[in-house]
Ligand binder design. Structure first.
Ligand SMILES: [Zn+2]
Length: 210
C-alpha cells in the first residue's frame, strides 16, 4: 500500500484519547487507561433568549485540561473525532427526537490566524449523525478573549459581531449550533439571536463543556 494511503487510513480509523492523546480505535473518545475519567452526564440549560443548550462535560478538572489542549490546536488536530463521539452521545440522549435542517458552528474571525476548533467538531458530528453541516454565520470583527472578561464585558464584547451569511439558508430552518464551551452563554445567545432575526424557526445549541 502506498505510504500516503496507509497514513490516510490511520487518520480515518484512529482517534486520539481526549485525556492523554494516545492513539485509540475510532469508536472511542478515550483510551482504556483514561476511561475511568470520562463520565458523560449531559446537562441542559436555557440561554437568556430561551434557546435550549446542552453540554456533555463539566468545564473543570480533567475535562478543562483536556479541552484547553484541544483548543491550543496544531498537533491535536484529529482529536475532534473523539469529541464528536462525546457530542453524538449527548445529542442522542437529549435531542434525539428533533429533526435538524443544518448543523453549524459559532464562527471565528477569519482575518487573524486562529485555530477553528468548532467547525471540525460540528462537521464530524454531522457526519456521524447523517446530517448536513453548513456555515451559516461569520464574525465581522475581532473580539477580545471572552474568558478574561466579566459577565457584562462578555456580553458587550460579542454584541452584534456575528452576521448571517445568507438568510435563504436560515429562513424556516431548525438549526443545531455548536460551540466548544458555554460559560455565560453570551456568544451562543448572540449567534442564535442573529439566526432567529434572519428567520430561523428554532435554534438549539450544543457544547462540549459547561
Ligand atoms: Zn488516555
Amino acid at each position: 500500500m502506498p505510504r500516503k494511503t496507509i497514513k490516510d487510513n490511520l487518520r480515518k480509523n484512529t482517534n486520539l484519547c481526549i485525556f492523554c492523546c494516545r492513539k485509540i480505535p475510532s469508536d472511542s473518545p478515550c483510551c482504556e487507561t483514561c476511561s475511568f475519567m470520562l463520565k458523560i452526564q449531559p446537562h441542559e440549560q436555557k440561554l437568556s433568549n430561551g434557546c435550549p443548550c446542552i453540554s456533555a462535560l463539566r468545564y473543570e478538572g480533567q475535562y478543562r485540561t483536556a479541552i484547553l489542549k484541544y483548543k491550543s490546536g496544531g498537533q491535536f488536530k484529529i482529536i475532534h473525532k473523539s469529541y464528536s463521539l462525546v457530542l453524538n452521545r449527548t445529542i442522542s440522549k437529549l435531542y434525539d427526537n428533533i429533526e435538524f435542517d443544518y448543523y453549524t458552528g459559532v464562527p471565528t474571525y477569519k482575518k487573524f490566524f486562529h485555530f477553528d476548533q468548532v467547525t471540525p467538531l460540528a462537521k464530524e458530528t454531522a457526519r456521524l449523525r447523517n446530517s448536513e453541516f453548513k456555515p451559516l454565520l461569520c464574525q465581522s470583527k475581532k473580539k477580545k478573549t471572552q474568558h478574561l472578561l466579566d459577565s457584562a464585558g462578555r456580553e458587550s464584547n460579542v454584541k452584534n459581531i456575528f452576521k448571517c451569511l445568507d438568510e435563504n439558508d436560515v429562513k424556516g430552518k431548525t438549526i443545531l449550533l455548536f460551540d466548544d464551551v458555554v460559560t455565560t452563554g453570551s456568544t451562543l445567545t448572540e449567534c442564535s439571536n442573529e439566526l432567529l432575526r434572519n428567520g430561523a424557526a428554532k435554534v438549539y445549541c450544543v457544547t462540549v463543556n459547561w
